[in-house]
Ligand binder design. Structure first.
Ligand code: NAP
Length: 248
């Protein structure tokens, strides 16, 4: 139980990669709080029940990750309920893909706000708790697209590249207080986000991946467990690709 007694907050964990991370960290003994923003309460309740089966404390908060005030309230409530915060996972993310010529200002703003501003929001809201404890692990979910760029995803790639710059900066600022900050950059992971792609396009991606399969949410979750636990206590400011070798 590598995370026994650790208090974890994950943004956007009602499904997909966030849910897999929540399950993996609960299995390791962590108490889990998570946020969601959609209206699928059945998914939220199913996730909560699956987490409780590990015998850990569980709390969910309806909070739009792009909303500064709502995020502050969720973090405050979580810290009060659990008595602290040890691991923060910024997972909430969306895509609004289009070629730049056709990309609207609304699609730019939505993606930058949900994917990047959200990371500022949660870290800003939790920083005093981390500083008081003189410990903490911040794990931000970027994407290989934030490293390589991708046609049709200028907004998404910019948000994910921004996460890398942000994380490296706070790793420098907070290292002396034993607060670590790292990035996971997933490649092609099978979730609702990638299900939107045409099957032929999905096949094209698989052919480009040296390990010849799409990643599973659990592949990302295993990396998150490593970064959350003391097994990674000398690692900060790093970007770990979980991409089957896609971007080498
Ligand atoms: P997904 O299946 O679409 O799930 C997205 C999650 O984010 C959901 O739990 C959703 O919760 C939450 N969310 C969306 N907008 C939110 C908001 N405004 N506030 C709070 N939560 C919000 O996507 P996924 O594939 O699991 O992706 C998870 C993360 O991994 C994202 O940051 C994504 O960019 C990144 N990533 C994914 C892939 C991939 O291939 N799938 C690759 C690289 C990086 P609600 O439905 O409750 O709003």
């Amino acid at each position: 139980m590598q995370l026994k007694g650790k208090k974890v907050l994950i943004t956007g964990a009602s499904r997909g990669i966030g849910k897999a991370i929540a399950l993996k960290l609960a299995e390791a003994g962590g108490d889990i709080a998570f946020t969601y923003c959609g209206t699928d309460l059945e998914a939220v309740h199913t996730t909560e029940a699956a987490l409780r089966a590990f015998g850990v404390r569980v709390k969910s908060f309806h909070a739009d990750a792009s909303d500064f005030q709502a995020t502050h309230k969720a973090v405050e409530d979580m810290v009060e309920a659990f008595g602290g915060l040890d691991v923060l996972v910024n997972n909430a993310g969306i895509t609004r893909d289009n070629l730049l010529l056709r990309m609207s200002e609304a699609d730019w703003d939505a993606v930058l706000n949900v994917n990047l501003k959200s990371v500022f929001n949660t870290v800003k809201a939790s920083i005093k708790t981390f500083l008081k404890q003189r410990s903490g692990s911040i794990i931000n979910i970027s994407s290989v697209v934030g490293i390589s760029g991708h046609a049709g995803q200028a907004n998404y790639a910019a948000s994910k590249a921004g996460i890398i710059g942000f994380t490296k900066s706070i790793a420098l600022e907070l290292g002396s207080r034993k607060i670590r900050a790292n990035v996971i950059a997933p490649g092609f992971i099978a979730t609702a986000m990638t299900d939107q792609l045409e099957p032929s396009l999905q096949q094209e991606w698989i052919e480009k991946i040296p390990l010849k399969r799409t990643g599973l949410p659990e592949d990302v979750a295993s990396c998150a467990l490593f970064l959350a636990s003391d097994a990674s206590s000398y690692i900060t400011g790093q970007v770990i690709q979980v991409d089957g070798g896609l971007l080498t």
